[in-house]
Design a protein around this ligand. Structure first.
Ligand code: ZN
Length: 576
């Protein structure tokens, strides 16, 4: 799968070049593209593993090998690079490869009825279709979505024919590891490998939107509800188990053995963004924000040089070192990984943030996330721009200045975050008439240069509980402010964080600290700490009595910023 690492790097480099022209970076990318294109076979095939290890064996292990996955990532890179530089060298090569894939796979006689063991090509093809308008590109994506899990199971036949090992034979998920045990339209729960699932759902949502297939749209909604109501961490992370990097079962969200791969949270962001294209509902953007501001960026150290693959919500460094069941959890970010999927995935996501912040259709301009900066769009041929000033997510105020070239009517749709009980909206200093629907406030008017919308999103500290069915969080609470989830770290609060309780007063103070962790709002509150001093160390168990306690001050930092100071304990869900 390692062709995909450079593909994601190229894609990220392309987005970076859009905003930050850089001759040296562009030259590096051009040279990489020349190397890649030089490896392409005469018929268009382009996967280095099989080119090097046996071209005659290509397409014989779609289940576990990654030809179609790498093709998807390289296609996304090619599209991004053309968008950034206008250079078509890689895109032309990838279109030739797509032609070969199209000639190889399908339901017609003589074609292989296979599909990617690791999805991503589906959504890449949909992006290619958006660029080319070529119906074959849409049809190929739709084929991969429709054919997946059809009887007879392609992967099962392939295993028997090619004598491929079946890693998941005795697992709880079998072919559902690949979300390929049954047709997609019959799937009602997120199962198997979490990143595969997220990428597949992205492609499925793209196909559902483009084809208007109502059954497929409903499948998207059913799976969405299963994920976000039963299988998602409060940080927006998904994938509860290290075994198979997988989903497990409803409400199974262990904090200290979580897998919560950075790529899976990124995949959830991708999917949420696509669900918004099906229907503009704030709940999708809420999840996008939850994941982006917590479980995604936790994957990168503040200097951008070290990364987490696994993003737990509770860490005891000794357990990471000495318990096999928690060895996948690292107490500090790593320089690199043998499977280096997450670092370049972060690069391409963070360098293309604008895709998640705004969208526009013929009559409405959506602001999904509140990020300082600007955007441009046109309505009825009249160009307009937005200028956003805000200190979000630390500050509550967002100022949006609208600047059309000439007065023009459109609906400005501002997401009203679900976490915010009482958003305040003003237009040019006056009360602002707006239609509130599905998590967005629609301001419908003829906009004039200088019109300014002032949004205030009050951010009192919130103490959250989990659904009582989440066993791991029973009797525990989590602290949040605005979109940010907070945690306790040993660096601020000492070790043995399991002995700490939040007291009932909830006397939080929030303070912006410019010199802490790159500038964050920290929280302080009262707490109670059990005192183990009086315990008879000669006994592991003793009759129940009231434990000795002492009051303490607790200091909370945003979850994403943990493990940037010293190796130590970390805890999100604290005893109430
Ligand atoms: Zn990853």
């Amino acid at each position: 799968f390692q062709d995909s690492d450079i593909a994601k790097w190229l894609e990220g480099a392309a987005y970076s070049l859009i905003w930050h022209p850089d001759e040296r970076l562009e030259r590096m990318a051009d040279e990489a593209i020349e190397d890649i294109v030089a490896a392409q076979q005469p018929d268009g095939y382009l996967d280095t593993y099989y080119i090097i290890n046996g071209p005659e064996r290509r397409w014989t292990n779609l289940m576990d090998h990654h030809e179609l996955y790498c093709a998807g990532h390289m296609l996304e890179a090619a599209l991004a690079y053309e968008q950034a530089t206008g250079k078509r060298r890689l895109l032309d090569a990838m279109i030739k490869y797509v032609d070969l894939i199209d000639a190889t796979f399908g339901t017609r006689p003589g074609k292989k009825r296979g599909y990617p063991g690791h999805p991503v090509l589906e959504m890449a093809l949909m992006r290619l279709y958006a660029r080319t308008g070529e119906p074959r590109h849409l049809a190929l994506a739709k084929y991969f979505v429709d054919q997946r899990g059809q009887t007879p199971l392609y992967f099962q036949e392939e295993r028997l024919r090619e004598k491929n090992p079946y890693m998941w034979e005795d697992s709880p998920f079998g072919d559902q590891y690949y979300q390929a045990g049954k047709p997609l339209r019959e799937q009602t729960e997120a199962e198997g490998h979490a990143v595969r699932a997220m990428y597949l759902y992205c492609g499925m949502t793209d196909v559902a939107r483009e084809t208007g297939d109502k059954a497929l749209v409903e499948t998207c909604r059913v799976l969405w509800r299963n994920v976000v109501r039963r299988r998602m961490y409060v940080t927006g992370a998904v994938g509860s188990s290290a075994y198979g990097e997988s989903f497990t079962f409803d409400y199974d969200l262990p904090n200290d053995t979580a897998y919560a791969e950075t790529c899976a949270a990124i995949g959830l962001v991708f999917w949420a963004r696509r669900m918004l294209t099906l229907e503009p509902r704030g709940e999708y953007a809420d999840v996008m924000e939850r994941a982006l501001y917590n479980g995604v960026i936790s994957g990168m150290q503040q200097d951008g040089k070290r990364f987490f693959y696994v993003n737990p919500l509770e860490v005891l460094p000794e357990a990471c070192a000495r318990d096999h069941g928690r060895r996948h959890v690292k107490p500090e970010r790593q320089k690199w990984f043998a499977c280096a999927c997450c670092p370049p995935n972060l690069i391409r996501t963070l360098t293309s943030l604008e895709r998640y912040v705004y969208s526009a259709d013929d009559t409405a301009w959506y602001v999904h996330l509140y990020v300082a900066g600007g955007a441009a769009a046109a309505f009825g041929g009249v160009k307009a721009s937005l200028k956003v000033e805000t200190g979000y997510p630390w500050r509550e105020e967002v100022s949006i200045r609208v600047k059309p070239e000439a007065p023009v009517r459109f609906r400005l749709a501002l997401r009203m975050p679900q976490w915010c009980a009482q958003p305040e909206l003003r237009l040019n200093g006056e009360a602002c008439p707006a239609e509130h629907r599905d998590g967005y406030a629609y301001i419908d008017r003829e906009w004039r240069p200088g019109d300014t919308v002032a949004l205030r999103l009050p951010m009192p500290v919130r103490v959250l509980r989990a659904n009582p069915r989440v066993r791991e969080d029973a009797g525990r609470v989590c602290v949040a402010r605005g979109p940010m989830v907070y945690c306790l770290e040993e660096a601020d609060n000492g070790g043995d964080l399991h002995l700490v309780r939040l007291n009932g007063n909830r006397d939080f103070t929030a303070r912006f600290e410019p010199d802490t962790l790159g500038g964050v709002v920290t929280l302080a509150s009262g707490g109670i700490r059990e005192d183990p001093e009086g315990w008879d160390e000669g006994r592991l168990y003793a009759p129940c009595g009231e434990p000795a306690t002492k009051p303490v001050r607790l200091r909370w930092i945003p979850y994403y910023a943990w493990a940037n100071r010293a190796v130590g304990e970390m805890l999100v869900w604290v005893r109430a």
